[in-house]
Design a protein around this ligand. Structure first.
Ligand SMILES: [Zn+2]
Length: 209
């Protein structure tokens, strides 16, 4: 009987040789791309929007989402997001981020040192970090009463105004499954956002400026 033409030893040797080849021939180092905030004429311009979408309680409780516990249910820790966000933005002024949910941001903000709060203010004033939507949460559109929608948005906006003297310019309501008429009215006529970025599922962009 013929033995198998490729033994385990031969396979391991082949993998090793390929690994050495890859290390020697392929430069796997960090590559800096020439990216910037502007558009480039004559090319397809792709805009990536690094953003938050932090449910204020969904599969886990708000506390579990914030501290990152019970990750067997869902891997999520908003505190880690915000901690790493400051470092990442300070490292490169070309980086930008938009953050929405004040229920998480305010909790994080309250536990920061004055130094970190000052760094965060600089990031907001330079435009690297922008608050979008700015409500306490990204409210449900179907089950919520419109008074509650207004109240929770007002609360978040008031805190942002107090802390940063800023008013959110853009709506950011990206997880409803279609928009309600009340939501469209609030985003347009009442809250007067410059831009509305609604659900990718119901992708109807309303640009106002
Ligand atoms: Zn969601």
């Amino acid at each position: 009987m013929r033995r198998s033409s490729v033994t385990v030893t031969e396979t391991v040797s082949l993998v090793f040789v390929l690994w050495v080849f890859a290390v020697v021939v392929v430069d796997g180092g960090f590559i800096k791309y020439e990216t910037g905030a502007g558009t480039v004429e004559g090319k397809l311009n792709v805009h990536l929007v690094p953003h938050s979408h932090d449910d204020v309680g969904w599969l886990k409780t708000i506390d579990q989402y914030f501290v990152g516990s019970n990750n067997s249910i869902q891997g999520a820790s908003v505190r880690n997001v915000l901690d790493s966000l400051v470092v990442a933005l300070l490292r490169d002024p070309n980086r930008k981020f938009i953050f929405g949910e004040q229920a998480f941001f305010q909790r994080w903000w309250a536990e920061q040192s004055l130094e970190i709060q000052e760094e965060m203010k600089k990031l907001v004033y330079s435009g690297q970090l922008e608050f979008v939507n700015g409500g306490w949460c990204m409210h449900d559109e179907a089950a919520s009463h419109y008074i509650d929608m207004i109240d929770q948005t007002t609360l978040g906006h008031r805190l942002i105004k107090q802390q940063f003297n800023k008013t959110p310019r853009a709506g950011w309501q990206i997880d409803p499954f279609g928009h309600s008429a009340v939501q469209a009215y609030l985003l347009g006529a009442e809250i007067w956002y410059m831009h509305d970025w609604p659900s990718p599922i119901a992708w109807v962009t309303v640009m106002r400026n």
